[in-house]
Design a binder for this molecule. Structure first.
Ligand code: SAH
Length: 510
């Protein structure tokens, strides 16, 4: 009996490791199982920058460890990565090791599993969509096709020193039926082509190269074994890229669905909740979305005024929200502090617009007032007509919330508590990454004056993008005014102060 107990205790001390395939780049190509595990994990160990949006899925408290190639200017060696994974599991953590594509397709996932086996750490491997297939699919090339190719082979193009050991294999590879797919082959493209031709493959065999497949920067080129190298040079095709060789390359099955924003590239700014909604709606209209945001939300979870407010909710007749972040942080805070939501049953709610209204509805509360024009000014003006004498207002909002609201309430002698529950911070470390995304955008969106400040404090305005080709879109007049202060006069202004309003105004501007 004791022995059994001891065994159970021992097993519980170790954590678990999930080796999760992240898919080839498009964050929507993650599996549902992978998504669930990311949402639950305590540590995520990752090595691909393309997984930015996937990292947003992990809990706030999750430790994020980057083990990619350029960490601290030296490549972390595989044994070191294995060691980190094992170490974190030995600390008793639930670890997700996130790997590009499928973990077992040339990802050295096997070596990580061997290390876990050696340390007797429980693990599971979650397959992912491999770039070996997805790259061709996104380029409109079916990897097999009845009558054209009845199979495919995925082959490593290897690193420089190891390639020579592979040369012998080309006698076999060149004679294989079906589609040939080379991964990690760009630096050896010339050797691959030469060896295939030398061993009998026709020089007119069709070849496609797809770089950055399934991302906004995907480029696909098509040629033949004899022309492909020149095309790569001419089009400046860089790794990561997949090389697809065979007659299927001549087929063209690219998506033919045309939506309002198909082919348009939109850079978006704002806080996480907002950019997520905006990104989803833009993608639903067919746009390619780049997140240019520097903003992070820093919650104040236990300042005195918030504690006072939540413990004395019955003194308020109204709660007013001016942002969806405000709604979410407020309700989470009540929940975490075990405040019964029935304490809110007699309170009326005022919200600034459609987004805040639906955020509130997520917690089961209908808004009692939404101004027709979505602005804090209109919200304040409308409220002054509705708030009765001796009714007190609670305003849980951002540190740098607009003065309009409190000024108008004060002018009418309406009592209120302006409780700062979060601040918007600018994360400067993202600067270089954002700059690389600015090229070739059709639109950049701004959803608040503080968002404009956050952006232009980091980006040296006119140098970074061309206003002749990149249109600026903003959510309302205040944001437009702030953009004007930075020198941008001709922005497109959304008619409605909401995510849909912004999307509609982009569509209308085409
Ligand atoms: N496990 C990964 C492959 C890792 S090896 C998978 O299943 O996809 C790394 C190679 O994968 C790169 O050199 C490149 O050939 C290919 N690759 C990965 N992601 C890619 C992408 N988005 N576009 C093109 N090739 C990609």
């Amino acid at each position: 009996m004791n022995g059994e107990k001891g065994l159970v205790m021992n097993m519980n001390q170790n954590g678990t490791v999930y080796l999760v395939g992240a898919g080839p780049g498009d964050p929507e190509l993650l599996t549902i199982k992978g998504e669930r595990l990311l949402k639950e994990c305590e540590v995520v160990i990752y090595d691909r920058l393309a997984t930015d949006q996937l990292l947003d899925l992990v809990p706030k408290t999750c430790e994020k460890i980057y083990v990619g190639k350029d960490v601290g200017n030296h490549a972390i060696k595989q044994p070191e990565i294995n060691e980190i994974i094992v170490q974190k599991a030995l600390e008793g953590k639930m670890v997700v090791r996130l790997k590009g594509g499928d973990p077992f397709v040339f990802g050295r996932g096997g070596e990580e599993i061997l290390a876990l086996q050696e340390a007797s750490i429980p693990y599971e491997v979650v397959p992912g969509i491999t770039s070996a297939i997805a790259a061709a699919t996104y380029a409109g090339i079916p990897i097999t096709h009845r009558g054209v190719s009845s199979g495919f082979h995925v082959i490593t193009g290897h690193t420089k020193d190891q390639f020579d050991q592979m040369v012998d294999n080309f006698e076999t590879i060149a004679k294989l039926d079906g589609t040939l797919v080379f991964l990690m082959g760009m630096s050896n493209l010339s050797k691959i082509v030469d060896n295939l031709i030398k061993n009998g493959k026709d020089s007119t065999t069709p070849v496609a190269i797809i770089s950055n497949a399934t991302t906004n920067n995907q480029i696909a080129i098509k040629g033949t074994l004899s022309t492909i190298e020149e095309l790569v040079e001419k089009n400046d095709i860089l790794a990561p890229a997949v090389i697809v060789i065979g007659d299927v390359v001549n087929l063209d099955m690219k998506s033919t669905i045309i939506k309002s924003l198909t082919g348009k590239k939109v850079g978006i700014t704002g806080t996480k909740g907002f950019t997520k909604k905006l990104s989803n709606q833009l993608k639903a209209e067919g746009a390619m979305v780049e997140n240019l945001s520097f903003l992070t939300v820093k919650e104040y979870d236990n300042n005195i005024s918030l504690r006072d407010a939540r413990e004395n909710l019955d003194q308020y007749s109204w709660i007013v929200f001016t942002s969806t972040n405000g709604v979410d942080i407020f309700f989470h805070n009540l929940k975490e502090n075990q405040i019964d939501f029935r304490k809110l049953s007699k309170i009326k709610f005022g919200v600034v617009g459609e987004g805040t209204k639906s955020a509130l509805l997520n917690y089961g509360f209908q808004a009692d007032f939404v101004p027709e024009i979505y602005s804090t000014h209109e919200l304040a003006k409308g409220l002054t007509k509705l708030i009765k004498e001796a009714e007190k207002v609670l305003i849980p909002r951002a540190e740098k919330g607009s003065e309009d609201l409190t000024r108008i309430l004060s002018e009418q002698s309406i009592p209120f508590d302006d409780v700062k529950i979060y601040d918007i911070e600018v994360d400067k470390t993202k600067r270089d990454e954002v700059i690389t995304k600015l090229d070739s955008l059709d639109y950049i969106t701004f959803a608040s004056a503080s968002g404009v400040d956050g952006f232009f404090e980091n980006i040296n305005s006119f140098d970074c993008f061309d206003t002749n080709t990149t249109k600026i879109v903003c959510i309302g007049d205040i944001t437009a005014k702030r953009l004007g202060e930075y020198g941008y006069k001709d922005c497109i202004i959304a008619k409605e102060y909401s995510v849909s309003g912004m999307v509609d105004c982009i569509i209308d501007s085409i």
